[in-house]
Design a protein around this ligand. Structure first.
Ligand SMILES: [Zn+2]
Length: 317
């Protein structure tokens, strides 16, 4: 893959708080542990370097601190790798941790969507790191245990091997011209899966590709009020992104407001996303030198309480 092809999604990720999570990115079964940092107390070091090296959640009660793209989570819970109606993908990324309410939601959704639609089960992509915080790759958000990516691929009929979980590709749902979903991939169960997720009261927003929003607007039957929570966003061709609201009583969680404005299905709501400049973005000029790796936000730029979360002892397994 040439540098330009890599750079475009990277730039979009930096622009977008809920950037594409690249469900099609492959992992590896023999991930090497990160080497220790020469000077972990260097104030200029990226917080992502520190949070990515924590392999377990902090001990103590769960707490959400900060904003989706600038925060951390204490006392996170693990999404079990297998359930009757779910499997966790890309285990090598170690991002199957979240606020306990998020984990409960994913389990409930997996059960409900199977019962309601016959969807065999959900494939869970990135949730967050054991203590949240910024990650070395992938997202700007997913930092406080309230964001989760779910593949738009139905769960296969067998327990996936370690290799399959790292290597298997998610299904591209968007048609080649980017103006609608691909009828070969899209099924009525897809809109019902998104409906079941959006009808959860704890879910505040769901990000999907605009072609998927367009299909939902066209096909959703019955009560359609949940469509208000479904927002078109860059990427999200292979997975959708669930964002939960701040849990009640979490005074340090910096949430967002609910969106008003109805279903978001008018032509004018979607026009921006189908402009030629958006569906076929101009390639960035090739950089003369390879770009310097970005430090990203430092520990001092995160809420103060995140330092304590980082330094807390590991939760008992
Ligand atoms: Zn995501």
């Amino acid at each position: 893959m040439n540098a330009r092809l890599i750079l475009i999604p990277l730039l979009m990720m930096m622009l977008a708080h809920a950037g594409p999570a690249l469900a099609q990115d492959k992992g590896t079964v023999d991930a090497k542990p990160l080497p220790p940092l020469a000077n972990p107390n260097d104030p200029k070091i990226g917080a992502k370097q520190l949070f990515a090296r924590k392999l377990l959640p902090s001990s103590g009660p769960p707490k959400v601190i900060g904003a989706y793209n600038k925060g951390c989570v204490a006392g996170a819970a693990q999404m079990p790798r297998n359930g009757d109606t779910w499997q966790v993908m890309r285990l090598s990324r170690n991002r199957y941790w979240g606020y306990p309410g998020t984990i409960a939601l994913l389990k409930r959704l997996a059960t409900n969507v199977h019962k309601d639609t016959g969807w065999p089960g959900i494939l869970v992509g990135d949730i967050g790191q054991p203590r949240g915080g910024p990650a070395l790759s992938g997202h700007a958000s997913h930092q406080i245990g309230l964001d989760a990516d779910i593949w738009l691929t139905p769960m296969p009929d067998h327990r996936l091997s370690r290799e399959e979980r790292e290597e298997m590709s998610a299904t591209m749902m968007v048609r080649e011209d980017r103006l609608d979903v691909d009828p070969k991939a899209w099924t009525p169960q897809h809109w019902m899966l998104l409906r079941d997720a959006a009808q959860e009261p704890g879910v505040q927003r769901i990000f999907v590709n605009a072609a998927i929003k367009k299909a939902l607007c066209r096909e959703a039957k019955g009560d359609r009020s949940w469509l208000a929570k479904i927002r078109p966003w860059y990427g999200h061709d292979y997975h959708f992104h669930i964002r939960m609201r701040c849990p009640a009583g979490s005074s340090e969680c910096k949430g967002q407001s609910d969106q008003g404005g109805g279903e978001g299905c008018n032509a004018s709501d979607l026009a921006y996303w189908f402009k030629d400049s958006i569906i076929h973005p101009k390639p960035e000029p090739e950089p003369k030198e390879p770009p310097k790796p970005k430090v990203g936000i430092t520990l001092a730029q995160l809420p103060k309480a995140c330092r304590a979360v980082l330094n807390a002892p590991d939760a008992k397994r």
